[in-house]
Design a binder for this molecule. Sequence first.
Ligand code: UDP
Ligand code: MG
Length: 347
Amino acid sequence: MSQTEHRRARPEVTVIIPVYNEEAGLNALFERLYPALDALHADYEVIFINDGSRDKSAALLAEQFRARPDTTRVILLNGNYGQHMAILAGFEQSRGDIVITLDADLQNPPEEIGKLVTKMREGFDYVGTIRIQRRDSLWRRKASRAMNRLRERITRIKMTDQGCMLRAYSRHIIDTINRCGEINTFIPALAYTFSQNPVEIEVAHEERFAGESKYSLYSLIRLNFDLVTGFSVVPLQWLSFIGVILSMGSAGLFVLLLIRRFIIGAEVQGVFTLFAITFFLLGVIIFALGLLGEYIGRIYQQVRARPRYLVQTILEQRNGETVAGMPRQTVVQAVQPAPIIDQGPTP
Ligand code: UDP
Ligand code: MG
């Protein structure tokens, strides 16, 4: 095996970047990312995952692949599966000992990758990040902080700043994640549950270079809801707890009304109060049903066991040749010589 082939087989660092409609910022990303990685003096590979972009992102990625085929691979998914599924697709193709995830919009400065690599080389297996000066709108910061606190209390996953995707994971964590078949997941949290020696460092944060955030308030709430239900069953225990409290409360109220009946006599006050209480309880019940449904929906999705995403093409260089092939497994099967079995003439 030649030196270059050996290098390609197992780089030290893999950088994984999901891309969804980022045509406006991709060239700026390339211009900063590659020099930053060259400065590391480590063997590296960059894996871009095009998450079904409807703009020119895929073409730009293909162009970049042609410019740097030795260090670049591009996975084209056939639809939009979401940021985390895209990253999982990248994990499956990654070969590095240190795997780093990064956003394509330059909110995570590529120059910070060096800090993460240094920490990983010190022996940590998970490097989380805290954005020093978060460049997002005020409401977004406040909303994130509130959700963060709630999520931490429920799931016991310690992440000071869950929203920052610039993170590093060791090979053993990536291999374990690759063995999980979860449909809805949040990668930093999943990785945290498998880490033995995690650490958090501070990194800079910038405004989005171009384009708009792909997350609306609704999808942010959904993500956090997913995070809680995906990593904990504590909400179900809370439901039982709420049920017990409500039963005790209404038992108390019944006793109180009974005593009043004997002291004051028949009374018809408080009809509207009763309505209010009833509607409140209806709300609690519907919420409880929704929450149960959430867990059942997860079970349903999981038992269907459909493929989580479909890879359309992978642009990569193999044995010095530039190829656009199907996913590795398929290609390997295709090039294996067919067993020669004499079955006689084909019908
Ligand atoms: N992204 C993706 N698929 C999606 C949504 C987003 O691959 O369905 C990518 C997007 O291109 C970016 C990263 O995920 O590289 C983070 O997205 P965004 O910047 O919109 O999120 P925010 O920074 O607002 O949390
Ligand atoms: Mg962003």
